[in-house]
Design a protein around this ligand. Structure first.
Ligand code: ATP
Length: 303
């Protein structure tokens, strides 16, 4: 099968830290690939090595089957986590400056429309909102109409509406047949946008595949959640630890609620009713990628 990007046994050591610890990736063209994991998992380090910004301790990178050459820079687009924009330039001037750097850039009008920048073209860079700045940075990453786009946590710190605008742009990039490599620690975002994901923890990939396949394989069922005060006695007594791994039920104690992960919601609800649990505030939801992460690593994505 053709891959646009392949990473073999990538390792990056810093003094006292294994930032990347033997990581393999294989990405098909035209998909949105998500590199997911908590802070410090090694996502940015991996992406920066692929982009050629830092060198690996060891490992190999292949772009369209060969080690990246100077063409790689022409064919990829990179949106960094943070970029300083020149405050004395307008959005239009910033785009024009970047536009002039490439041999085959995307027509400016198309770029402006793709990134929804029409209304702010004449504003200075320091007079735009966080969401607008993120869309401008996306436009800067897309100015060369890249085959492969790296987006490093493109929605961190954005409000829900601004986040949705970024998601729309990512969907449009995919519609143009481009490949997107996205890092994020928002699992909902990954589930919505990504065709395939790799979950990174402590510099290693612990699972990869399509979000739904991974959930079906490792974490099927639903999560039943109830406030603590709904229980007449401690639920640990009713559902002892180890009574089933995603099979029967598994108890998680969050700050204010108990959660039961179960494949048999009827059995779970019956058991709760039998001991006089008040179900008035019960919620039932499908498993998500946060649950998958917990299942695979034993720790929460955000501690
Ligand atoms: N230049 C550096 N020198 C020393 N340690 C580093 C350096 N860069 C990263 N690290 C360490 O390597 C590990 C991986 O960091 P990295 O930034 O790749 O994680 P990440 O998954 O991108 O996290 P985040 O979601 O916070 O961006 C962390 O422990 C980090 O402290």
């Amino acid at each position: 099968m053709n891959t646009i990007l392949e990473v073999r046994n990538l390792v990056k050591h810093y003094p006292g830290v294994k930032a990347v610890d033997g990581l393999d990736l294989s990405i098909q063209p035209g998909i949105c690939f998500g590199l997911l994991g908590p802070n410090g998992a090694g996502k940015t380090t991996t992406i920066e090595i692929i982009e050629g910004i830092i060198s690996p301790t060891s490992g190999e990178i292949f772009y369209k089957g060969s080690p990246p050459t100077s063409d790689f820079r022409e064919e990829v687009g990179i949106q960094f986590q943070s970029t300083s924009l020149l405050s004395f330039l307008s959005v239009r001037e910033t785009l024009e400056t970047f536009h002039n750097l490439y041999r085959n850039p995307m027509p400016l009008e198309e770029l402006v429309s793709l990134c929804q920048l029409e209304d702010i073209l004449d504003r200075y860079n320091d007079k735009i909102s966080g969401g607008q700045k993120q869309r401008l940075m996306l436009a800067m990453a897309l100015v060369n109409d890249p085959e492969l786009v790296f987006l490093d946590e493109p929605t961190t710190g954005l409000d829900p509406q601004a986040r949705r605008h970024v998601w729309e742009i990512v969907e449009k990039i995919k519609t143009r047949g481009k490949t997107v490599v996205l890092t994020t620690h928002y699992m909902e975002e990954a589930h919505i946008l990504c065709d395939e994901i790799a979950i990174v923890d402590k510099g290693k990939i612990i699972a990869k595949g399509s979000p739904d396949d991974l959930l079906n394989k490792h974490c099927s069922g639903v999560t039943v959640s109830l406030p603590r005060e709904s229980f007449p006695k401690s639920p640990e007594e009713i559902f002892p630890e180890g009574s089933g791994k995603c099979g029967a039920w598994k108890l998680f104690e969050t700050q204010k609620r108990y959660e039961f992960r179960t494949n048999n919601v009827n059995e779970c609800v019956n058991a709760l009713l039998n001991i006089g649990t008040d179900l008035s505030y019960m919620t039932v939801r499908s498993q998500n990628l946060e649950d998958l992460f917990l299942e695979l690593t034993g720790h929460q994505l955000r501690q």
